[in-house]
Design a protein around this ligand. Structure first.
Ligand code: 4AD
Ligand code: MG
Length: 447
């Protein structure tokens, strides 16, 4: 739209005639004149309307899309709504627009099913998601996905800065990578295909070429239960790097990327964070690295709950370690847990030469729960065949994958970070679905 300016740019145009456009967020009719709060992608603005212009809006509802031409003036009136202090709140601006012309670009005649012009959308999660098309318009809802975009932006710029190559992964595949029964089968021209559980095998294959790769993948898991942390479709920020000396190298990339990503949120999303009332989790000097067995001991000592004979951390232990113990002892909300037992990790993970019942693997627990899984991989052909067999799988089914081992890949490792999980934890959202634009779970396949 020619000459259009955004709400956030209004103060720079004081005294000038401007064109703005957006959604009618709120309307206050004072009979002889009125106030329209108009929302665009940058925030809210206040427009003073004449009686004739109010007449143009007769019978129309909020969310009507309008275009206004008018003069930017110093604010003369009390703002027509929107909670004080909220980002994009017109009261935060010193200016308003005296409309000269009003054009209706898309009239809305039906009342929206959920009010989106309040501070938050206070409805049940299912109602929020059923009506996502409109509830996303609420400034707080919108802010969540601006933060998510900044996280991805931070990830990409960090990886580009390292000189790594962005790659794109298939979603349809022949075999499952992460094992277990949690994969979807797809009818594929009379054959059976699966939806990728992770881009794992594909990113590893590229280690024969690029040495360092990253990408945003789609992962599918046929989870049996709906939980506050699991989706059936999610994104992973994938990373893989070759010629590493040890697992520590791989974790360093994980820590640096996380710092860069939160840095991007801090820089790019000040208004969004303020609007959501979120302070980012503390990063500290260095994320602690602790072996699983040791972490279980710390958990037992700190809480009296004995899970030391478990092969994994319980959700409660993850929560306590990352929100109580690590902040207190290390000034950070992030903690690497390493050396998970061989039985709990997929076939591609390297065994610990010092104790082959354990793996050279790690999880990064970030402010409440696991956000990353990663580790060293097996780069030798015979060893990989042996591991596949030991896991009760058939090497024939991994022929393409094994070709990389056969023809040479460097010692390598990598990790995958759950994007929606990270967004949930960084913003302290109760349910991962709040951090997912269009979530899919056992019950939900729309909108
Ligand atoms: O831990 P996961 O299953 O590991 C992998 O897929 C490996 N291929 C990663 C690697 O490079 N070694 O998944 C990685 C991350 C988890 O840490 C979690 O953040 C997220 O993806 N995740 C899920 N997010 C939402 N819903 C689910 N069902 C998820 N399962 C895993
Ligand atoms: Mg994991």
């Amino acid at each position: 739209m020619q000459n259009r300016i955004l709400a956030s740019e209004l103060p720079e145009h004081l005294g000038q005639s401007v064109v703005v456009a957006g959604w009618l967020h709120r309307l206050r009719d004072m009979a002889k004149f009125g106030f329209a709060i108009v929302r665009d992608r940058s925030g809210l603005m206040q427009v003073v309307l004449t009686a004739e212009q109010l007449e143009q809006l007769k019978g129309l509802q909020v969310e009507t899309v309008i275009k206004v031409t008018g003069e930017v003036v110093k604010k003369q009136s009390k703002p027509g709504g929107a909670g004080p202090g909220s980002a994009g709140d017109p009261s935060a601006y010193e200016v308003e627009i005296q409309a000269t012309t009003l054009e209706i670009l898309s009239p809305v005649r039906d009342v929206v099913p959920v009010e989106v012009n309040n501070d938050s959308v206070d409805v049940h999660l299912d109602t929020l998601l059923d009506n996502r098309v409109v509830t996303l318009r609420n400034p707080k809802q919108r802010a969540i996905f601006r933060v998510q975009a900044a996280l991805v932006h931070g990830f990409r710029s960090f990886m580009e800065g390292q000189g790594f190559t962005e790659i794109f992964f298939p979603v349809l595949a022949g075999a499952a990578s992460e094992g277990g029964a949690e994969f979807f089968r797809v009818e594929y021209y009379g054959r059976e295909a699966t939806l990728t559980q992770s881009a794992q095998l594909y990113k590893q294959i590229t280690m024969g070429v690029y040495e360092g790769v990253y990408g945003v993948s789609y992962s599918f898991r046929a989870e049996k239960f709906a939980t506050s942390r699991h989706l059936t479709e999610f994104n992973q920020l994938e990373f893989e790097v070759g010629f590493v000396d040890s697992m520590e190298d791989v974790m360093v990339y994980g820590e640096s990327a996380t710092r860069a990503m939160l840095g991007a949120v801090e820089n790019e999303c000040k208004t969004e964070l303020a609007l959501l009332g979120v302070t980012l989790p503390p990063l500290g000097e260095r994320f602690p690295r602790i072996k699983l067995q040791e972490a279980l001991e710390i958990y037992k000592e700190g809480t009296g709950i004995d899970e030391t004979s478990e092969p994994d951390l319980s959700p409660a232990a993850e929560k306590w370690l990352s929100t109580v113990w690590a902040p207190k002892e290390h000034g950070t909300g992030f903690i690497f847990i390493t050396h998970y037992p061989e039985t709990k990790r997929p076939f591609y993970v390297a065994l610990d030469p010092e104790d082959p019942s354990l793996t050279l693997s790690f999880d990064l627990i970030g402010f409440g729960s696991e956000i990353v899984s990663g580790g060293m991989r097996i780069n030798r052909y015979d060893e990989q065949i042996e591991r596949i067999k030991a896991k009760g799988l058939k090497p024939e089914e991994f022929e393409d994958y094994l070709m990389m081992h056969k023809y040479g890949i460097p010692p390598e490792g990598g990790w995958g970070m759950g994007l929606q999980r990270l967004t949930q934890n960084v913003l302290g959202l109760a349910n991962i679905k709040e951090a997912t634009l269009f979530p899919r779970d056992v019950q939900r396949l729309r909108p």
